[in-house]
Design a protein around this ligand. Structure first.
Ligand SMILES: C[S@@+](CC[C@H](N)C(=O)[O-])C[C@H]1O[C@@H](n2cnc3c(N)ncnc32)[C@H](O)[C@@H]1O
Length: 238
């Protein structure tokens, strides 16, 4: 059996599988106005670390979706343990199973890059209320990759595209978002702060070759550390 990068994250049960980890999520949420009436959709929730953080700190209405069954199983286990009132669904963000204009915030932490953005970003726009915000932390090309390098990354991570900052912004604009704020964050800053970054909920009977994949990921991160980064985007639907 061959494993995808997402299988690796799911089987190891990695919590906070986005750059900056929970520390960055916390910093973003400190800037938001959230009340009991706020309705949030977290897409690609993974094992639910952020989901648990939001619901235990902000008494809002929270929904989380992910396409990977193992992620859903681990997120459900985590959130059930605390009896948090969160709706968790196995679903594809390219076809979000919610009606239009339901959410004040849609949150994507290292998810959208794995999807067909021509479908996903319009879906985010559809389910957001007017005045709502799409918040993303996404892998971003910082310095240009050549075609072979790009191919290597796309193949390894199973991402659908590698975009630079301007290309991301164009995608948001063409889906209808009018105000786009792009934030440059130093990952080192958040990694140094991050006490929860290395959280694991490992599945049983993990094949040793899965750890080779983890090593490959670490090697790629090192190889492209000058060229590959991430951005935080906050896109408003007016
Ligand atoms: C890098 S992980 C990030 C997980 C989580 N947001 C976090 O920060 O820990 C990417 C997640 O996106 C999910 N994902 C990828 N494509 C998806 C899709 N089309 N629909 C729903 N979830 C998807 C994967 O299953 C995985 O859980």
């Amino acid at each position: 059996m061959s494993y995808s990068y997402t299988d690796l994250l799911a089987l190891l049960g990695i919590g906070g599988a986005h750059p900056g980890g929970l520390a960055l999520t916390r910093a973003i949420f400190e800037e938001l106005q959230i009340s009991e009436d706020t309705c949030i959709l977290e897409v690609g929730c993974g094992t639910g670390q952020t989901t648990g953080f939001i619901i235990s700190n902000y008494p809002c209405s929270l929904h989380a979706i992910d396409a990977h069954p193992t992620m859903i199983q681990k997120a459900t286990k985590r959130l059930n343990q605390h009896k948090y009132p969160v709706t968790i669904l196995e679903a594809n963000v390219e076809k979000i199973p919610y009606k239009a204009q339901m959410f004040d915030i849609v949150l994507s932490e290292s998810v959208t890059v794995f999807t067909n953005i021509n479908k996903t970003i319009p879906e985010y726009y559809r389910v957001l209320r007017n005045g709502g915000s799409l918040i993303l932390i996404e892998m971003t090309e910082i310095h240009p990759f050549d075609e072979n390098e790009k191919k290597e990354l796309i193949q390894f991570y199973g991402i659908k595209q590698l975009l630079n900052e301007q290309q991301w912004e164009e995608q948001f604009r063409s889906a209808g978002f009018q105000e786009i704020q792009t934030i440059h964050v130093s990952e080192e800053h958040f990694v140094n702060l991050e006490e929860d970054f290395s959280e694991f909920d490992m599945s049983e009977d993990i094949e040793p070759k899965l750890f080779n994949k983890l090593e490959n990921h670490e090697a790629l991160t090192l190889k492209y550390k000058e060229k590959l980064g991430f951005r935080v985007f906050i896109c408003k639907k007016n």
